[in-house]
Ligand binder design. Structure first.
Ligand SMILES: Nc1nc2c(ncn2[C@@H]2O[C@H](COP(=O)(O)OP(=O)(O)OP(=O)(O)O)[C@@H](O)[C@H]2O)c(=O)[nH]1
Ligand SMILES: [Mg+2]
Length: 449
């Protein structure tokens, strides 16, 4: 049975060739393992260049090792890191040797789990470590880094303190026996709870926006055959992702491409043209188009520039479910004379040429607006769903408490929801937690972190 007392080891860099590969060891056997590898006692936090030798005195590799004495280490335990050559076979040999010296292989996220259990970081910060590693845009990385630095935990603490003071204001009156006839002054407690609700609302807005950073929106390019769908995906991806041709019905399968739109990753799907056909293959492709449209966060519905508004409306009605967000994109404007090209100011309409790139910048802005992607300069919190759910639960409890004050219910009834919300805050930062929650959080980490 694995225990928190075991010394753990893992390769902390991805497999494949690289300049260096890192092996990390944590636990009370770290010092002994260092000594056996390097042949001398470690100096705390000093980089040492030397051979890494097996217990049979064979040089396995040469590199740098650093020993971090507890508690001033990532995990809070004795830690040693070996920086070897980035070759999987070498790293496997070194790891095998470390295991023979008494360490066991670490589970995913076990180093960070120990950092949490040893009080080096709270649970929100531990989650931020994984979010930072998984982040796929500058904004996401920046927000995860802020959480790791404790910004989100600090706002949780502020909320908690406000509730504690509201609760103590109420509990102070609970101590007076009824006969002393001292009347409860609800005003200060109400003020605190209302301030807390205001702070909670702004934290929830930031957290919900931050949640978007974790979601890669799906944008489906749809329309009748030959309107330029594949040409558009190729323009966005900057390469020949899809075959284009003047022959209608060229695209048969849905083609996915992940791109960055103003530093935000989005998935684009080029689809088979929508129309009535007897071709068995095309029918299969069109079924996939309908499926993709249903899953889309946004559809770019392409029509030819000279299509009438009536035709466009009929197509939209026929092919797009009512609840799907879409932008009507008139393509091939390069083929039409300037006079007839009117500027589209409508938010869900846009004129472009997928061939020349004309109007694409405007289309990108409309996509950003439609998907609310434009959070580059906004203050967001890289929150997880469990944080949002917890904050919402606290909001409900505070509202119940306020209502109880207004209804002049007993002070015990007023204080109880405040007590419950404090427990929720403790769960967010991991002051109280269950094995299931920890297992859920740390199992999604990579090995070696
Ligand atoms: N002039 C001009 N031609 C375009 C433009 N976009 C696409 N085309 C041409 O229109 C034809 C059809 O383009 P595709 O991108 O293959 O059209 P599609 O909608 O993917 O067609 P299917 O896959 O058959 O449904 C090709 O010959 C393209 O070169 C544009 O903006 N201007
Ligand atoms: Mg196509």
């Amino acid at each position: 049975m694995p225990s928190n007392k075991d010394t753990i080891a893992a390769i902390a860099t991805p497999s494949g060739r690289s300049g260096i590969g890192v092996i990390r060891v944590s636990g009370n056997k770290s010092q002994r393992i260092y000594q056996s590898f390097i042949g001398q006692e470690p100096e705390n936090r000093r980089a040492q260049y030397s051979s890494f030798k097996s217990s049979a005195n064979i040089v396995l590799d040469k590199g740098i090792s650093i020993f971090f004495k507890a508690p001033m280490s990532y995990t809070g335990e004795d830690v040693v890191e070996f920086y070897a050559h980035g070759n999987r076979t070498i790293l496997d040999m070194l790891l095998e040797e470390i295991v023979t010296q008494g360490a066991r292989l670490a589970r995913p996220g076990e180093f960070t789990e120990r950092a949490f259990l040893n009080g080096k970081i709270d649970l929100v910060q531990a989650e931020a470590v994984a979010d930072l590693i998984d982040s796929n845009s500058k904004k996401a990385a920046h927000s995860a880094m802020q959480s790791l630095e404790g910004v989100f935990s600090e706002s949780i603490l502020q909320l908690k303190e406000k509730i504690i003071s509201a609760k103590s204001l109420i509990e102070a009156f609970l101590d007076f026996p009824d006969e002393e006839d001292i009347k409860f002054d609800a005003h200060p407690a109400c003020k605190n709870i209302k301030e807390c609700l205001g702070l909670l609302d702004s934290t929830l807005i930031k957290a919900k926006k931050g949640r978007m950073l974790d979601h890669t929106p799906l944008i489906v390019i749809a329309g009748r055959p030959n309107v330029g769908k594949s040409t558009l995906i190729n323009y966005f991806s900057g390469n020949d992702t899809a075959i284009t041709s003047e022959e209608p019905g060229t695209t048969r399968d849905a083609i996915r491409e992940k791109i960055l739109l103003m530093d935000r990753p989005v998935t684009l799907i080029d689809t088979a043209g929508l129309h009535h056909t007897d071709s068995h293959l095309e029918v299969k492709g069109i079924e996939k188009t309908h499926k993709a449209i249903k899953q889309a966060d946004l559809v770019l519905y392409l029509i030819d520039y000279n299509a009438t508004a009536k035709n466009a409306n009929e197509e939209i009605k026929k092919y797009l479910p009512a609840d799907v967000k879409y932008i009507l994109v008139r393509n091939k404007i390069d083929l039409y004379n300037k006079k007839s090209a009117k500027k589209e100011i409508d938010n869900n309409k846009c004129n472009v040429s997928a061939k020349t790139g004309k109007g694409i910048e405007g289309l990108i802005k409309k996509i950003q607006q439609a998907l609310d992607l434009n959070i580059e300069n906004e203050d967001v919190v890289f929150a997880r769903q469990r944080h949002i759910d917890a904050l919402k639960a606290v909001k409900k409890l505070l509202e119940i408490s306020l209502l109880s004050i207004e209804n002049e219910e007993g002070l015990e009834v007023v204080a109880e929801p405040l007590r419950e919300s404090l427990l929720i805050f403790d769960e967010i930062v991991g002051k109280t937690t269950t094995d299931d929650i920890l297992e859920n959080i740390f199992s999604s980490f990579c090995i070696g972190k």
